[in-house]
Design a protein around this ligand. Structure first.
Ligand code: ADP
Length: 347
């Protein structure tokens, strides 16, 4: 049976609610020994207790995320006039007193249904996490063994194997390399955001420069010219933003015509509420009908032989942008290539 906690000041109202709900739910009260520390599926709170309990309710809700822990406010029409918009961070629904029995039932059932769905989603997520763990860790060992022994054959026995088999061997090596990259990308995608969001002051200039240092080898190899115009500070999650920038810059270095050196412009501007970061390139561009699709996992517009990649970079970018409560998109660059834009809240 689902558990409902009553956080009700007036003893008589508390008793009435309890006797009304007891036939269908397990009903506990916040006045019992452990208060909100007890486990429950939803809370019913009245105005006076909301004042006293709002911090504890917020903490309890946060602690349960991504599970949805609903709270229903019982109030009078007169008192709701004082509600602020913060109220909807603490409660999800309200019911006016004097309470109509059928209305109470309906509100509780709707909220509990949402709670049940969130439990189902959480269970599915846990299954997916188990699989991603298997992909990230348990398959790594066998794959490494395939790579290692194939390279032993290449290094030690190459002269003893026929030409045709040498080709097979180099394919095994290339594919195991590719599989390792896929594994790493899937692992990054699945784990992005798992440690929660940690916001701090971030200088974009510094972050971009340190990201470019990580990509130094690719930049030198391609002879890329990179312009940065980003003297902006944000309160954001450094790790997620770095992941976004790294993926966008890596793509700008990759998707250029053969024999063309990449030219990349990274610019930022900031208003009171949000910042826009743009990464523009002189690359091959993206057809109009594919500009949304490329942000979905495993969508690639080119063969692996033509351009290397896993098809996960932009879905990682999108996931990070959503975790930062931002948006990402792409439009054609003025003359040639693409401009990827990112809109983020400044704090
Ligand atoms: P990948 O690992 O294949 O680069 P992404 O998710 O980062 O995966 O990108 C998906 C597809 O979008 C790429 O395969 C490529 O076809 C296209 N794409 C991404 N960035 C660019 C770009 N800057 N210019 C042109 N095409 C791009």
């Amino acid at each position: 049976m689902e558990r409902i906690i009553l956080i009700i000041k007036n003893v008589r109202n508390e008793r009435l609610l309890k006797s009304e709900l007891e036939s269908r739910y397990t009903v506990i009260t916040a006045k019992e020994r452990d208060g909100l520390e007890q486990s429950f599926d939803m809370g019913i709170v009245d105005g006076p207790m909301l004042d006293e309990f709002h911090r504890r309710i917020l903490l309890k809700r946060h602690a349960q995320e991504p599970l949805f822990l609903p709270f229903l406010l019982v109030t009078t029409r007169k008192d709701i006039g004082y509600a602020t918009r913060h109220l909807w961070k603490i409660v999800d629904e309200l019911i006016f007193s004097p309470i109509e029995r059928i209305e109470l039932q309906a509100r509780i059932e709707i909220l509990l249904r949402a709670r049940r769905y969130s439990i189902q989603i959480k269970n599915r997520l846990e299954e997916i996490e188990t699989f991603s763990h298997a992909i990230g860790h348990d398959l790594k060992g066998p794959l490494r063994a395939i790579k290692t022994f194939s390279s032993y054959i290449r290094d030690d026995c190459i002269n003893h194997i026929p030409e045709r088999c040498r080709d097979y061997l180099s394919r095994i090596l290339a594919n195991s390399e590719r599989m390792e990259q896929m594994q790493d990308a899937i692992f990054t995608f699945m784990n992005t955001g798992c440690r929660g969001i940690v916001k701090e002051k971030v200088s974009l200039d510094n972050l971009i420069n340190s990201t470019l240092e990580e990509l130094n080898r690719e930049i030198e190899k391609t002879g890329a010219l990179i312009n940065i115009n980003c003297s902006v500070e944000l309160i954001t999650d450094r790790t997620l933003l770095r992941l976004i920038l790294r993926n966008l810059i890596e793509n700008s270095l990759t998707y250029v015509d053969k024999d063309t050196s990449p030219e990349i412009d990274i610019s930022c501007h900031k208003s009171e509420d949000y910042a826009i970061i743009e990464v523009s390139d002189n690359g091959i561009g993206i057809p109009e009908d594919k500009r949304e699709e490329i942000f979905k996992p495993f969508v690639r517009l080119h063969s692996i032989e033509k351009y290397p990649g896993t098809g996960l970079g932009l879905s990682i970018v999108k996931k990070c942008a959503e975790l930062l409560e931002g948006f990402v998109g792409v439009r054609p660059n003025r003359e040639k290539g693409s401009t990827f834009w990112l809109r983020l809240p400044v704090r």
